[in-house]
Design a protein around this ligand. Structure first.
Ligand SMILES: [Zn+2]
Length: 269
């Protein structure tokens, strides 16, 4: 009996030591930056839609997030060493022109809701962090969505990147490839016209619906594409023409991190 207890205690001490050394290693290397060829980084892209003030305004946890939850999630990730980056950073990283922090991630908002302007933008300003908004051109300035003036204001801050979520938020998997290309090109061109400068060509499929033919024609035209598939990007297999994104829902920070690690493990092979 005494022997079993001794073995058990030894194993326990070893496990604790392993966890402690992993934690210490993580802390020591938290501010390390890497080139794409140096280390296989996990680069989660988080999806939000609207940010609202009160719990009662949350109808679906994937569509509305309270400001409190959003703030706690991002503050929590940042405290643990996560660094918000832009799509421009990601593009330059994949081209070998820029290093990324070990725990880089992207914060995105689909649809262009008023809550982005009202809550996420002031948060970005206050904390000096970059965020990305994918707008639907036909919805801009309609009730519940931010206006072109507000888009311009956010864009001028240098902290909000505005890209395309299509002209009309249709089921684009049913579109002929040329039709999809026309829609996305029109959307990106209008955003450039309204903002008064060129932008990276970045597009997010409405409802994550896409066809392989559509993906291919956009790729041929250099359009970076985002899915809504809950997977995690890894730098060794990163594909700018099929980027993975995950929801944060109402999860506490520890759960978001567990999901990142679990999904990396699950979709590794
Ligand atoms: Zn959408």
């Amino acid at each position: 009996m005494k022997k079993i207890l001794k073995i058990f205690c030894t194993i326990l001490v070893i496990i604790v030591l392993i966890f402690c050394s992993l934690f210490v290693y993580d802390r020591i290397t938290i501010n390390n930056q890497y080139n794409i060829s140096e280390k296989n980084l996990l680069i989660p892209i988080i999806i939000y839609h609207d940010i609202v003030e009160k719990d009662e305004e949350v109808v679906f946890d994937y569509m509305q997030t309270t400001y409190e939850t959003f703030k706690n999630q991002i503050n929590g990730l940042i405290k643990l060493g996560y660094k918000p980056i832009t799509y421009k950073d990601l593009i330059e990283y994949t081209e070998g022109e820029k290093k990324l922090y070990k725990k880089s991630f992207i914060i995105t908002f689909d649809d262009g809701y008023e809550g982005v302007y009202k809550y996420a933008y002031p948060y970005a300003l206050e904390n000096n962090i970059p965020i990305t908004s994918f707008l639907i051109n036909d919805k801009v300035g309609t009730p519940g969505y931010y206006s072109w003036d507000e888009a311009r204001e956010m864009d001028k801050s240098g902290l909000v990147s505005i890209y395309s979520h299509s002209m009309k938020h249709d089921n684009y998997d049913k579109y002929e490839p040329e039709e999809l290309l026309k829609d996305v090109t029109e959307s990106l061109n209008q955003i450039e016209e309204e903002l008064g400068h060129s932008i990276e060509k970045v597009f997010t499929y409405p409802c994550g619906l896409y066809s392989e033919e559509g993906q291919e024609i956009l790729k041929q035209n250099g359009i970076i594409q985002n899915f809504t598939d809950s997977k995690i990007n890894q730098s060794k297999t990163i594909n700018l023409y099929g980027l993975h994104r995950m929801y944060a829902l109402e999860d506490p920070t520890w759960k978001i991190i567990l999901k990142i690690e679990y999904r990396h493990f699950k979709y590794e092979s």
